[in-house]
Ligand binder design. Structure first.
Ligand code: HDD
Length: 674
């Protein structure tokens, strides 16, 4: 039996190195883990069996309440490296000094439960915990730079409406239902985020290919106490990529853990996901001149107006050791800021400052949740807070209050305040606020709900606009309340008449009167940065290719393709009808799991597979989902059965040509359907 010191790490973590004696939680060695203690071999189990009782007792309490939102998530460890320090803007060491800061990141969907699928149409959470030398800084953002609502008081309503309907208990992980669309139809401020959520941003290809945004305007504060407003952006080095809707739906069936597995495998393979951290900074004078309010979380600042400046990079290089201990128990708090970073009076952010601390107590059960290793700061932490459930620390001495004069008696007096400590920016008026009355009102500047929805829509390519129209059409087709559909169409008319017409046509609905805006929208200059397609990166890095090899297929062709693809950074999987002949089995590996496919078949395979449904679906889905298909004459019967028509994305098996073709999608195929 190994000694206790060997089996326990410094942070209290339990190592499982194998071979040690099995014990109870209290360290008593167990001789039999197969049979409970009975009165006779066929008799009742005895209450005396403390081994059984402890094991079942612990098991019965293994689950904790899941997050009310963002319940399904995937996490990873890594580091943030500040490459372009900004000491002139902030005294926060994490951004003011070059160097690395450890992080834990959790990505999530919003609406579904912890056991739901990875690929619903939904917003993605992008929460980063920086373990800085001055305490933990949590940037708890999303992959969309704006939010549905302006004021935190509406958050419970928003979430109640989007979660499964409270009487039926469905639909799970879907916004396509009555209550969500009813709510947003009555909240025109949500229209901008609706455009984003209905765009391809709502169905990302991989968590490694999403942007992240801090959403709110925050403050950076330098050593002189000067405050500068800031918006935070994460830009994925792999570029942005999305699925198409039909693909996302089928992926949910093929692999419920599609994103989680992709993230895990990339990190295991040493193919570390990376993002640049970029900032937009501005002062009050600039903010005052904008037609929107920088404190309104339903508005973004176009990158054409304030370009982003890259200050560092995020690298995720280590998978969690234990999903529950780390990814489930991690507690993000927007209140976790460090000296040099501060809040603004954004009313959505202000509400969040209460909600997250509060929720951790109900989720993790104790005010001492900060002691869980994934939540604990990596810098020293001292204060006079004591006790509470599950207290892990063993403070020495009796200095649990201050001021005290115990040092005069030679005792440790405990920690002291520091002049370098966090100090709130004093101004409440630098954005024109007049805090002379208590009011339940919103600033006039929050009243324009459509200009940026229009900006987003009109900044998209034709294909992207069509995807938005199709997504809204799909979602509304699941809405049973006719008046809600009509009300949404009324909003769409204000955003863009063509969009409204496309959706109305898709639903075979008449167009109602346009909604009456509080404030007439303005036409802002389209922003290319808002379109995924306009800044698409054609690369094999991060992409996965499936090569279907037939029984009489030429293995050397498959091998040549595989090495050419891998040389460009792609992951390749060989797929065969029989698992033993390849890495994956055709029936369990539909083409939705790959970014491009190649068919390496013999003449007989081509004929046989033309009658085999998984093979036909493999090819017809790849084609419908705008993916490159590498093929040759032998596969023609299968291509015919799958309805594939030759185009620039259907290429022969020459490795160089296929690699080039496989680095992008062929959305022109969709245009043929319009
Ligand atoms: Fe929130 C979790 C992001 C508004 C209340 N939120 C949560 C997570 C993310 C966000 C990424 C998951 C963190 C994790 O992985 O553990 N939330 C946002 C963003 C918002 C936002 C970007 C708007 C800009 N949230 C928001 C409001 C409220 C909340 C207005 C309440 C007033 N959010 C919560 C919460 C959660 C949460 C209920 C659930 C679990 C948790 O906090 O730790 O407190």
């Amino acid at each position: 039996m190994s000694s206790i010191s060997e089996s326990r790490g410094q942070g209290g973590e339990t190592h499982q190195t194998g071979g040690e004696a099995l014990t109870t939680n209290h360290g008593v060695p167990i001789s039999d883990n197969q049979n409970s203690l009975r009165a006779g071999s066929r008799g009742p189990t005895l209450l005396e069996d403390f081994v059984l009782r402890e094991k079942i007792f612990h098991f019965d309490h293994e689950r904790i309440p899941e997050r009310i939102v963002h319940a399904r998530g995937s996490g990873a460890h890594g580091y943030f490296e500040c490459t372009d320090p900004i000491p002139e803007l902030t005294r926060a060491g994490v951004l003011a000094n070059p160097g690395k800061t450890p992080v834990f990141v959790r990505f999530s969907t919003v609406a579904g439960g912890a056991g739901s699928v990875d690929t619903p149409r939904d917003v993605r959470g992008f929460a980063v915990k920086f373990y800085t030398e001055e305490g933990n800084w949590d940037l708890v953002g999303n992959n969309i730079p704006v939010f549905f609502i302006q004021d935190a008081i509406k958050f419970p309503d928003l979430i109640h409406s989007v979660k499964m309907e409270s009487d039926k208990g469905y639909p799970q992980a879907a916004s396509a239902h009555d209550t969500f669309w009813d709510f947003v139809s009555l909240m025109p401020e949500s229209m901008h985020m609706i455009m984003w959520a209905m765009s391809d941003r709502g169905i990302p290809r991989s968590l490694r290919m999403i942007e992240g945004f801090g959403v709110h305007t925050f403050r950076l504060v330098n050593a002189e106490g000067k405050s500068t407003f800031v918006k935070f952006h994460w830009k994925p080095r792999l570029g942005l990529q999305s699925q198409v809707w039909n693909e996302a739906v089928k992926t949910a069936g093929a692999n419920q853990d599609y994103h989680r597995q992709d993230l895990w495998e990339a990190i295991e393979a040493g193919d570390f996901p990376e993002w640049d951290l970029a900032i937009q900074t501005f002062d009050a004078e600039w903010a005052e001149k904008q037609p929107y309010d920088v404190l309104d979380a339903t508005k973004l600042i176009p990158e054409e107006d304030i370009p982003v400046r890259i200050v560092g990079k995020l690298v995720l290089d280590r998978n969690p050791d234990n999903f529950f201990a780390e990814t489930e128990q991690v507690a993000f708090l927007p209140t976790n800021v460090v000296p040099g970073i501060d809040f603004t009076d954004d009313p959505l952010l202000q509400g969040r400052l209460f909600s997250y601390l509060d929720t951790q107590k109900s989720r993790l059960g104790t005010t001492n949740f900060h002691q869980i290793p994934v939540n604990a700061p990596k810098c020293p932490m001292h204060n006079f807070q004591r006790d509470g459930m599950m207290q892990m620390a063993v403070p020495k001495g009796r200095a649990n209050y201050e001021p005290n004069s115990l040092d005069q008696a030679g005792e440790d007096p405990g920690p002291r305040e520091s002049e370098q400590g966090f100090a709130t920016v004093k101004s409440m008026t630098d954005l024109g606020n007049q805090p002379d009355q208590k009011l339940r009102v919103r600033s006039e500047k929050f009243a324009d709900h459509y200009s940026q929805a229009r900006l987003f829509y009109r900044s998209q390519t034709d294909v992207e606009q069509r995807h938005i129209a199709d997504a809204i059409t799909f979602e509304l087709s699941k809405v049973g309340l006719g008046h809600v559909i009509q009300r949404i169409l009324g909003h769409l008319r204000v955003i863009d008449e063509d969009l409204a017409a496309m959706v109305a046509e898709g639903l075979a609905e008449d167009l109602p009167e346009a909604a009456k805006p509080f404030r007439e929208p303005i036409d802002m200059a389209p922003s290319d940065a808002l379109s995924i397609a306009k800044s698409a990166k054609y690369t094999m890095k991060g992409r996965k290719v499936g090569i279907l090899i037939g029984q009489s297929g030429d293995q050397s062709k498959a091998d040549a393709l595989k090495s050419a693809l891998e040389a460009e950074g792609a992951t390749v999987e060989l797929i065969a009808k029989e698992r033993g002949r390849a890495e994956a089995q055709l029936a369990g590996s539909p083409s939705v799991l790959y970014d491009a496919v190649a068919l390496v078949l013999g003449e007989e395979d081509g004929r046989k597979m033309a009658k085999y449904k998984p093979a036909i679906d493999f090819v017809s889905d790849a084609f419908a989902h705008a993916k490159a298909i590498g093929t040759d004459g032998a596969a023609q019967p299968l291509l015919d059965a799958a309805g594939v028509e030759k185009d620039e994305g259907v290429v022969d098996l020459d490795p160089a040509g296929f690699v080039k073709a496989a680095s992008r999608r062929y959305y022109a195929r969709e245009e043929a359907l319009w």
